[in-house]
Write a protein that binds this ligand. Structure first.
Ligand code: FES
Length: 297
């Protein structure tokens, strides 16, 4: 018997947003759908968004979920979290927020919160006309878990975003390793490589704050913050983008808003939202401050 919170049970027994949203051709309104998972794998979620076009605000959302108690409760939680938000605001909702909204999920059910986050991203990318194969993790990288069709890119992302340290945790979050188990050694290797990357990445904020060999954890001054953002862009982001025919230039920093100019292939690419969110924003949040928001100008 799973140890579910009262909130999980409440949303499972009494979901308010199950169903579909039909596109009735209302002026100024657009309906988008995002699919994730598969019934063959045990969980599937289709998320419907009704969006006001001029504000990009989500004015309604519905879900159709095939899955367990936590999958349905996570879907309901997702809808309650995103209704009234703009698409950009909704894109910032993480699987952790979904789980927190529910008062927590059993570890072995964390993949339900990840599924909600992925369905939301899929729906927003569909709304924006970005082909799925330009952002789905599973179309990048190498297939690691053939039982569940999970790539190394997706495993790496969930490890980083949720600070996972064991193959068992990875299975809980994305199911990889939960079938025949033959990929578990590869998952261990990915965890080890992420930990190595983390260890070798000297936090520049610390080095900037070091005086006479002593580490002083002080907030960055605005000048230090801009210098650090520029350094991370130059050393860690631009080389990747340039290799893909694109580039990025720091335009301005206002508080936690980092304004950038996407150039080359990035500027004209339909997946520039993904570039901003995944390649640039998450890297800057990791290295500089978790509160940073990256915008293209
Ligand atoms: S290949 Fe990953 S569980 Fe079978």
């Amino acid at each position: 018997m799973w140890d579910y919170t009262d909130k999980v049970l409440e949303l499972f027994y009494n979901p308010q947003h199950q169903g579909v949203i039909e596109d009735k051709g209302e002026p100024g309104i657009k309906v988008a759908v995002g699919d994730v998972g598969s019934i063959a794998c045990g969980d599937a979620l289709r998320l419907h968004l009704k969006v006001e076009e001029n504000t990009e605000k989500i004015i309604d959302a519905r879900f159709q979920t095939f899955g367990c108690t936590s999958a349905i409760a996570s879907s309901e939680a997702l809808v309650e979290l995103i209704k009234g938000k703009t698409l950009d605001e909704a894109l910032k909702v993480t699987n952790k927020e979904i789980a927190n909204y529910l008062g927590g999920l059993p570890e072995a059910k964390m993949h339900c919160s990840v599924m909600g986050q992925e369905a939301l991203e899929a729906a927003i990318y569909n709304y924006r006309g970005i082909p799925l194969d330009t952002h789905e993790d599973d179309d990048e990288g190498v297939l690691v878990c053939t039982c569940f069709g999970i790539s190394d890119a997706k495993i790496k992302r969930v490890i980083i975003e949720n600070n996972l340290t064991t193959a068992e945790e990875v299975t809980n979050y994305v199911k990889a390793g939960g079938g025949c188990g033959s990929c578990l050694a590869s998952i261990d290797d990915i965890i080890a490589s992420v930990q190595k990357e983390k260890a070798s990445a000297t936090p520049v904020s610390n080095s900037l704050n070091q005086t006479n060999g002593k580490s002083a954890v002080k907030p960055l001054t605005p000048v230090q913050k801009i210098a650090l953002i520029q350094k991370v862009l130059d050393e860690e982001v631009r080389p990747v983008l340039i290799a893909d025919g694109g580039d990025v230039e720091l335009f301005d920093v206002e508080g936690d808003r980092v304004k950038v100019i996407l150039q080359g292939a990035c500027g004209s690419c339909s997946s520039s939202t993904a570039t901003l969110k995944i390649a640039i924003e998450s890297r800057l949040r990791d290295r500089v401050s978790k509160d940073l928001v990256v915008e293209a100008v």
